[in-house]
Design a protein around this ligand. Sequence first.
Ligand code: ADP
Length: 447
Amino acid sequence: MFKKILIANRGEIALRIHRACKEMGISTVAVHSEADASALHVKLADEAVCIGPAPANQSYLNIPAILSAAELTDSEAIHPGYGFLSENAKFAEIIKELGFTFIGPAPEHIRQMGDKIEAISTAQRIGLPTIPGSCGAINTIEEAISSAEKIGYPIILKAASGGGGKGMKVAHSEGALRAAYNIARSEAKAAFGDERVYLEKYLQNPRHIEVQILADTHGNVITLGERDCSLQRRHQKVLEEAPSPILTQKQRDKLLYTCQKAISKLGYLGAGTIEFLYENGEFFFIEMNTRLQVEHPVTEMTTGVDLVQEQIRIAAGLPMKITKNPVALRGHSIECRINAEDPITNLPRPGTVTDYYPAGGPGVRIDSALYPGYSVPPYYDANIAKLIVHASTREECLKRLKRALDEYIIGGVTTNLPLHKKVLNCDAFINGTYDIHFLESFMKQED
Ligand code: ADP
């Protein structure tokens, strides 16, 4: 097992990885920007190295600085967390070349799944159902129109290198497609440095359901149930739950079996998430994330598996602790993403935390790097905490969540805590029938 791991991330996820390491007897090295000198992940780590100024491209995305920090501290392995460099195949490659271990999958799998067009053709090859679409990049408006006619409107234009819910445009007619095509390409180029776009059937009322998998070097490939991430705003997840309230056990078994077979065929190693849209009883692959997900705690709560510790064991070449497939599931878990953001514009709202009272009690977990007096910097993601609850049934889980949301106090910073409280009182959420559009229409009614 590794003696020392460098954590190439910040905020709650850096802390989460630190905690897993400490429980495994592994020393931790935090890296941080100048703006994060007083962050909790820096305070708690065994060692800390400043890797540059506040902007992420000069610090958390600065590969030479991170590798120098690893060299300087004699770290053996690097955990990238999520976001930043976690899906950068080049980063994973260089780490390996320099003799460190990357805690994540092989660079070729990161590359393959990072390109959404290649990911879809790979998914088809390994037996995952995909959405009717252009089967490759669209290079001219004529190609786009002919492909859309075959698929049928509405369609969605997506960026091949897209992510974070960005770079998608829906068109309900040929006129709308003509208007959107060039904009989609130039936005994709500006945001992701890759103008390639592709086209998919736009599903009208789907749910977002994803499967967590783990695979080790000893041939074990396991599924850890699904997460329902249909509560979204601007194609970004706001609340996640496990299991999905709408799947039957038969549907779940079939989905998990398909994913297990597909991942075995791919020869993938480490943790991964296969994302699907679900509509009218059918699943359609949309993408695979080759890293730990923000919402991984709901899987940990319903399986009892520490996903970060398993990632570390896998990277060290050890068999996973848990190898029985599929992993047994217990109870229900919900995660609320608490963001420091403007309730109307959704833009990050930095500020200094005055009072801080985290919720507690049975079945409550908070993953956060907040503390009283902490200043939320304006440079990074708006997520400042995740409130996760677990109970034996969904009904009890909802009651527990309501109680925990009422207890949780984050003073001095504008957050979306009030929004979560409102959602909890909404029928479509309570009875579990909501789809990916529910939150946005609910917020419009509230205005
Ligand atoms: P990203 O990588 O940017 O998160 P995804 O492909 O994972 O993009 O899609 C994010 C969200 O966008 C989905 O959860 C869903 O809400 C919506 N979406 C994506 N593809 C489609 C589609 N074909 N039809 C309807 N909604 C879609």
